[in-house]
Ligand binder design. Structure first.
Ligand SMILES: NC(=O)c1ccc[n+]([C@@H]2O[C@H](COP(=O)([O-])OP(=O)(O)OC[C@H]3O[C@@H](n4cnc5c(N)ncnc54)[C@H](O)[C@@H]3O)[C@@H](O)[C@H]2O)c1
Length: 293
């Protein structure tokens, strides 16, 4: 029951996730801890080893902080299976895509998933700024496609944006809302399908402004971050946050927002583009505005 509306369909119990980066791994961990049978599809053989290690390391940190018992960790790990073959997602009721923020990769993936999933399966994207309608149109089931936009780190952040399109069935939206609120115990924020939805449409221009301050020599990354952490009580300053999100993700989100609105405030600053081209992607590559070596 969500917003007083009863959902008639079976609850979602079998979930597929595609992509094992920060978001995919986090979504798998959250689903497994919440008791779901979750299958992770990865594109590289090496991820069959590295992805479970990453998830286990995160679960171990939660055990160390006494947020989870060892038994709960073991039960969660036992609910996770992995595959390199998208066809193995064929029995999933919901598949959440978490591959890089690249429109062509996501369109290809949606077209393929559409072929392997049961006709009544729901297909969701955790894209930051690509419109869900574009992804839905790559499938033959646009009425069963919507955005389920998690935040990073997934296991710690309570908000999930829920993004139905003009084509999404109301029942699919209600099921997804119940999944987020009742099954995952997260706070769904319903939003319309516009690039960036609510949060990134506000957050991305703020991050880009911080990068421009550093680029122009007006201030340093450390001082800008200090300003927002100590002056505005933000838990993390904008440059540190860019490093955590991934500079490639920030740049791709800026491109998508600019494509949608044509507002100069969404254009990626050249410094951001050069850092991405140089492989300085933030924490995940070991170097961004800060050094993580
Ligand atoms: N990083 C964030 O803070 C954040 C927050 C919210 C939403 N998002 C969105 O979530 C999505 C994923 O972001 P991320 O930060 O985890 O990205 P990432 O680049 O860290 O990870 C993406 C993963 O997908 C894998 N991959 C690439 N092509 C694939 C394919 N065809 N099949 C299976 N796996 C494939 C890559 O190897 C990589 O492991 C993006 O759309 C991003 O915009 C990111």
């Amino acid at each position: 029951m969500t917003n007083g509306v009863a959902t008639t369909a079976h609850p979602i119990e079998r979930v597929g996730v595609v992509g094992s980066g920060a978001m995919g791994a986090g979504i798998v961990e959250l689903c497994a801890v919440r008791g779901l049978d979750v299958r992770l599809a990865v594109s590289r053989e090496s991820s069959l080893t590295s992805a479970p290690q990453r998830i286990a390391a995160s679960l171990n940190r939660r055990v160390a902080k006494q947020k989870l018992t060892e038994d709960e960790r073991d039960a969660a790990l036992a609910r996770i299976s992995l595959t390199t073959d998208l066809a193995d997602l064929g029995d999933r009721q919901l598949v959440i895509e978490a591959v890089p923020e690249d429109e062509s990769i996501k369109l290809d993936l949606f077209a393929t998933l559409d072929k392997v999933l049961e006709p009544d399966a729901i297909l969701a994207s955790t894209t930051s700024a690509i419109t869900i309608t574009k992804l839905a149109r790559a499938t033959t089931r646009p009425q069963r496609v919507l955005g389920i936009h998690f935040f990073n780190p997934v296991v710690a952040m309570p908000l999930v944006e829920l993004v139905p399109t003009l084509l999404t069935d109301q029942d699919v939206s209600r099921r997804a809302e119940s999944f987020i609120a009742d099954t995952l115990d997260r706070r769904p924020l319903p939003t319309q399908d516009r690039s960036g939805f609510v949060v990134n449409a506000l957050l991305v221009p703020y991050l880009l402004s911080a990068i421009r301050m550093v680029e122009s020599g007006f201030s340093s990354a450390e001082l800008v971050d200090q300003g927002m952490e100590l002056g505005c009580a933000h838990p993390m300053g904008p440059l540190r946050l860019c490093d955590m999100i991934g500079l490639d993700v920030v740049a791709a989100a800026a491109d998508a927002l600019y494509g949608e609105f044509k507002e100069p405030l969404y254009t990626p600053p050249p410094l951001l583009s050069r850092m991405v081209e140089s492989g300085f992607l933030g924490r995940k590559s070991g170097r961004g505005f800060y050094d993580y070596a």
